[in-house]
Design a protein around this ligand. Structure first.
Ligand code: C2E
Ligand code: MG
Ligand code: MG
Length: 533
């Protein structure tokens, strides 16, 4: 092969050096610069190329050459090139099996960064990598401006390490610093890497970046005399930065919370991929209305006549909606869902024979963060405004209301139109009293946790008694949920709670019917419900 095509090859590969090795890995031809400025690769001729690389990089080179087929180009591989003076330099290696020089192989080296000292030498590193929170906030800042195409070229990579147990703290610190620096350098902008837990790291990188991060982590351990094992995994980020970030947060928090550390089989990438897939599935379920509303009766505790029904979402046989709803709230998918729920409930009200039916729908606090939900509900009921008197919304606290005053204005619009408003799960979350103070509502639903032991626990009884008194003075109705026994129902009634819901009276069913087969519900005609107050 003459020099011209080789030079062209060098330019084409945008490389700093072009090395040809024979079938034994010995350098036969070399062109371009060595790892240190002024050093030429010509001196490498006649020596195994592997001698110029770190031990791990030499193994990576061998694997790369072994995997090459004629006429093909191998994947870009990150290697460390030995500078010959105790320093190493990072480089990307690409190998080609050019027919002209077969069985020799051609390798292009592109150097990155400056040479750095290894084996206990001073570390060329800055601050330690940020923690999970720092990582997410950096990711938010860098991804916020990215357009969809750029984002689609990025991936979130996770590295799980083992072998750090028992390592002395100064060495551990150095390993973490090395890893942090290596991962930052491998990240898409040179700074998007973080340490999520003691032995888990994350970075945002180019999705097609081929460098072997797990191997680099092992090398970082090796440089400090510690044998590490590392597993790298990766998940794409999709096209929408806001949902990608939410999914990342959800996956990372889920992993940390659910004891991801005790569940090595559930890697962060698995969790992220699952979250992204779940989010897609949820979107299509909502779009195609592929879920049902079940109706659970709420009774007047004095008469035990059915008063209204709560619509509860059901996504499939036997599965409660709580996990899907929490996810939807975290991933900002809930407002679309809450609207479809309202739409289904309104439609049910209008079915033949539904004339006296009253339905309460749940609405996540997140859906009250803007005007869309309220506006759509008003529009939905505009053709038959009288239907509004048969609707109630239960504001759930799972996603906290950031702007209470604005939410109150929106709820006020519903109430002015005749729709009742209730605070759900009162007493379960820390914001209950803020809600009670900040929102003008018609009713308070006492959380099941306060109801369960009321017949035997005097303290709970005292709390509920005072709550009922407070609601009485604010002229609010009280509804107790999760009533499972007659004793509890009677105790609540004696404390002055006006309405009750629970398995004692009936489970949620596909049809809102006055459950005549439940002995807890006193004889009423099917479909008969009383007024709201
Ligand atoms: P929630 O609004 O407080 O609904 C009451 C939950 O208690 C329901 O769980 C219901 O099935 C359950 N339950 C009722 N009676 C009893 C009882 O006697 N004992 C026990 N142990 N449980 C009882 P579900 O259907 O799993 O719903 C869980 C939560 O998911 C709901 O709590 C609500 O916050 C949310 N959710 C359900 N449907 C929707 C919806 O359409 N939109 C929104 N935003 N949230 C919903
Ligand atoms: Mg509810
Ligand atoms: Mg509730």
């Amino acid at each position: 092969m003459t020099l011209t095509p080789r030079l062209l090859g060098l330019a084409f590969a945008a490389a700093d050096a072009l090395i040809e090795v024979d079938q034994h890995g010995v350098v036969r031809f070399a062109l371009g610069s060595g790892a240190v400025a002024g050093q030429q690769t010509a001196a490498w001729v006649g020596h195994p190329f592997s001698e110029r690389l770190s031990i791990n990089s030499a193994a990576a080179l061998q694997a790369l050459l072994d995997g090459l087929s004629p006429g093909r180009r191998g994947p870009a591989t990150e290697v460390l090139v030995d500078c010959g003076d105790g320093r190493m330099r990072r480089a990307t290696l690409r190998a080609f099996a050019l027919p002209d020089i077969a069985p020799a192989r051609s390798c292009a080296l592109s150097y990155e960064g400056e040479p750095f000292l290894v084996d206990g030498g001073p570390l060329e590193i800055g601050a330690p990598p940020p923690d999970a929170e720092g990582f997410l906030s950096h990711a938010r800042a860098t991804l916020a401006g990215g357009d969809a195409d750029a984002l689609q070229r990025l991936a979130l990579a996770f590295i799980d390490l083992s072998g750090l147990e028992g390592v002395d703290p100064p060495t551990l610190q150095r390993i973490h610093s090395r890893i942090g620096a290596t991962l930052s350098a491998a990240s898409h902008d040179g700074a998007s890497a973080g340490r999520l837990t003691t032995d888990r790291y994350a970075l945002i990188r180019q999705a097609d970046d081929q460098r072997d991060l797990a191997n680099e982590m092992r090398m970082a351990g090796e440089a400090e005399g510690v044998a590490l094992s590392a597993v790298a995994s990766q998940a794409g980020l999709g096209r929408d930065s806001a949902s990608a970030l939410r999914a990342m947060r959800f996956a990372i928090e889920g992993c940390l919370k659910e004891g991801g550390l005790d569940q090595p089989e559930l890697s962060f990438a698995d969790s992220l991929q699952r979250t992204l897939a779940d989010a897609d599935r949820f979107r299509s379920i909502v779009r195609d209305r592929e879920f049902a509303l079940y109706y659970q009766p709420i009774v007047d505790l004095k008469t035990r006549a059915v008063h209204h029904f709560e619509a509860l979402a059901r996504f499939g046989k036997g599965s409660g909606p709580a996990a899907a709803i929490r996810m939807a709230e975290e991933l900002a998918l809930i407002d679309g869902f809450d609207l479809v729920v309202a739409e289904k409930a309104v439609r049910r009200l209008r079915e033949p024979g539904g004339g006296l039916l009253k339905i309460a729908v749940n609405v996540s606090g997140a859906s009250l963060a803007n005007d869309a939900y309220v506006a759509a509900l008003m529009k939905m009921t505009a053709s038959a405004p009288e239907d509004r008197r048969r609707l109630m919304v239960e504001v759930t606290e799972t996603a906290a209301l950031a702007d209470l005053a604005a939410a109150d204005r929106r709820l006020g619009a519903l109430r002015n139109a005749g729709i009742k408003v209730c605070i759900d799960d009162f007493g379960a979350g820390s914001a209950s009293f803020d809600y009670l103070r900040g929102l003008s509502v018609d009713a308070v639903k006492i959380d099941g946790g306060l109801v369960r032991d009321i017949d035997i626990d005097a303290r709970t009884r005292t709390m509920v008694a005072h709550l009922v008194e407070l609601c009485g003075s604010l002229e609010l109705e009280t509804i107790a949920e999760m009533i499972e026994t007659d004793e509890v129902a009677d105790a609540l009634r004696d404390l002055g709670v006006t309405h009750g819901q629970g398995w004692l009276f009936g489970r949620a069913e596909a049809e809102p019917r006055t459950v005549l087969n439940s002995p807890a519900i006193r004889g009423r005609r099917q479909g008969v419900v009383e007024g709201w107050s």
